[in-house]
Design a protein around this ligand. Structure first.
Ligand SMILES: NC(=O)c1ccc[n+]([C@@H]2O[C@H](COP(=O)([O-])OP(=O)(O)OC[C@H]3O[C@@H](n4cnc5c(N)ncnc54)[C@H](OP(=O)(O)O)[C@@H]3O)[C@@H](O)[C@H]2O)c1
Length: 288
């Protein structure tokens, strides 16, 4: 497994996104634990979660608890695994996603996440999404306080534009280590943020890197983006692997976090780290 860095911590170049194991369409607990264990077996040392990855109102932190349980029950050494969680999004239980970026809320949410994860300090805490009702600087100020107080070890943001990335990094005194934005063959409008992260040396974590759960599960990724299927066929691998290898090739700061709810998915995705595309292939995929 190729390694990359988030805030000086070495992590696998391919992470695991935990969301499909906890929202609508999720599998049973046993399959989820097997999926997380398969990721660890494949050398994955970055797991992305959020307190909002749950379905019903009374199960906040469903995914965080699942990950904590899987790490506890894994037979091998998990001390090198970075669990990245997030706060600032909520799920009231009716299928919607709401926002709360108030500093006092974020501080309480982070402490609750640490408790569920069973850690003294959260490895990487990311502000999930800007709240239009709260000045961005106030929300990020809470993340800075959490860092200063030792509740979190590393600070990141998500769903941020270039101005917000610069503002957050200023407020954090240059300690912003990651930006998590949507990026895939289907959704490329975060390319300016990816490039800014590459310039600033900040990790860029593409979310829904395979185009999202529905597209990925439909098996239509290769049909919708034929260049990805053609290059996959040429290498004898899945279009999922080619997609992740393409993202890795865009900049050394990129660390995709493909979601999975089956062991087979993450076992295949993890091998993207070993798939070396030629410069011509990368250019063709970028233009596709
Ligand atoms: N910051 C944010 O606002 C935000 C928003 C959305 C997501 N995220 C994060 O980003 C992660 C990834 O996004 P996502 O889960 O929405 O979408 P995704 O990674 O684009 O797609 C996930 C789906 O792809 C399938 N898959 C993955 N690898 C595969 C492979 N090699 N072969 C076949 N199928 C494969 C999985 O199917 P199976 O379920 O069948 O295994 C999974 O459900 C999430 O889990 C979450 O951690 C963050």
């Amino acid at each position: 497994m190729q390694l990359r860095s988030i805030g000086g911590r070495s992590v696998s170049a391919i992470g695991l996104g935990g969301m499909p194991m906890s929202i609508e369409g999720r599998p049973d607990r046993e399959r989820s634990i097997a999926t997380i264990h398969a990721a660890l077996d494949a050398g994955v040392t970055l797991i992305d979660t959020a307190d909002a990855y749950h379905q019903f109102a009374d199960e906040v932190g469903h995914n965080e608890e699942l990950i904590a349980e899987a790490l506890r029950s894994y037979g091998g050494d998990t001390s090198g695994v970075l669990v990245a969680t997030k706060g600032g999004h909520l799920r009231p239980g009716d299928g919607s996603w709401t926002k709360d970026g108030r500093p006092e809320y974020l501080k309480e949410a982070a402490k609750a996440s640490a408790k569920r994860l069973g850690v003294d300090a959260i490895g990487l805490y990311q502000f999930h999404r800007p709240d239009p009702n709260v000045p961005y600087g106030d929300s990020v100020g809470a993340i800075r306080d959490l860092l200063d107080e030792g509740v979190i070890e590393l600070a990141g943001i998500s769903n941020a534009n270039p101005d917000q990335i610069r503002e957050a990094n200023d407020i954090l005194g240059g300690r912003l280590v990651s930006v998590q934005n949507q990026f895939s063959p289907r959704f490329r409008s975060s390319l300016p943020e990816l490039e800014l992260c590459a310039e600033l040396g900040i990790a860029f974590l593409p979310w829904s890197p395979l185009g999202g759960i529905s597209l990925a599960r439909s098996g239509e990724l290769g049909a919708e983006y034929s260049a990805f299927q053609e290059i996959a066929d040429a290498h004898g691998v899945s279009p999922f692997r080619v997609t992740l290898a393409w993202e890795l090739a865009l900049a050394p700061v990129v660390v995709p976090i493909p979601g999975a709810s089956r062991p087979e998915s993450i076992t295949d995705s993890a091998q993207a780290s070993e798939l070396m595309l030629t410069a011509d292939e990368v250019a063709r995929l970028s233009a596709a």
